[in-house]
Ligand binder design. Sequence first.
Ligand code: URA
Length: 435
Amino acid sequence: MQILSLLSKKRSGGTLSKEEIEYIVNGFVREEIPDYQMASLMMAIFLKGMSKEEIIHFTQALALSGEVINWTGIEGKRIDKHSTGGVGDGTSLILAPLVAAAGISVPMICGKGLGHTGGTVDKLESIPGFKTNLPIRQFIEQVGRIGIAIIGQTNQINPADKKIYALRNATATVESIPLIASSIMSKKIVEGVEGLILDVKIGRGSFIKKKTRAKKLAAFMVEIGKVFGIKTIALITNMDQPLGEMIGNALEVKQAIDILKGKGPRDIKELVFHLGSLMLMTGKKVRNIKEGEKVLKELIEKGKALEKFKEMVIAQGGDGQIINNPDKILPRAKKRIKIQTLESGYLQSMDAREIGIATMLLGAGREKLNDQIDYAVGIQLHKKVGDRVEKGEPVATFYVNNEKKLPLAQEMFLSACKIDRKRARKISLIYEEIR
Ligand code: URA
């Protein structure tokens, strides 16, 4: 096989066979195919798409690029959740310990921030000492012992997705249905989960803007789940405005701890309880959403979910004191700057994408493959769509270390917030379920 002829085949809209896909993915992992050729293939897939069979073969090739986890001898149902990416979407940080506290095992493999969106790996790495690159043996042992472990792709676990994920981020090839579906589902195949709940985001801050495309992506992933024996349910949810109040790595960890203590913003809690209930239903712990929400709320009230979060932090190298004193343990930005609006009225919209980019400009995300991120910085929202704001009242606080791009971030943030005198409706979060 010849890589150049495979690239031109895909560039002209041809279909790659299973063997051709395996040749490319394995060659890339072995560094026989360089980044620039893989980037060229990513762009060709972005522009020309892939058939259903190609997506399944690509997903399988990614999953088999490293080791697949063998759970023999480890008890318990394994269920996971994955989001297609959003702004302020720290649900995994809350959901994983919460559901593990209910007796379901959550072996979660996730990723770093992509584009303007945040990533669970970066958020957890903001906790000093926290390791997201556990060897497989330790990952299995930890899930068996405490029912939860959250890691990223490593050189041992899905190395192909690890490399391709970073490459897509730097080559404007993230927003592609075949590439998103295969990236997410390959990680879930490697985990060896029995059930999976997907949060497919749609709207300004999502990689998918239209409902028809979100449904197509959801349907593809549900189908891939079926092919690989993973019972998969997808929830289509809104991502027009950021979720919750915090956007930024350490800030989202702090918010997660607040929510696990029974506090925190309403919208992210609504989503966590819904997704968590679906996880419990898939694991046959409850019969419906109502029962699930009751169980999950009790686990928070009794402090069990917070305790599980602490167990995970300690098991992965962090300091368990984080739950008592997050401000002492987490990195803190040097400055807090209040952002005020120039007019009074009701917040009509808050463009999640622009706000995500403003957060990146403060240093919370990467523009290039090896950019260092600043875990401490980010944006705290004081108002959400539908809220009344008065001229001069702060709508947000910026947490800042480096002020170089602050004026641009400020300008982007303010132009992302549309204010008008007419009343505005709150955004409804959950649209529909695809099974
Ligand atoms: N999450 C992933 O793991 N991969 C994507 O491509 C998008 C979101």
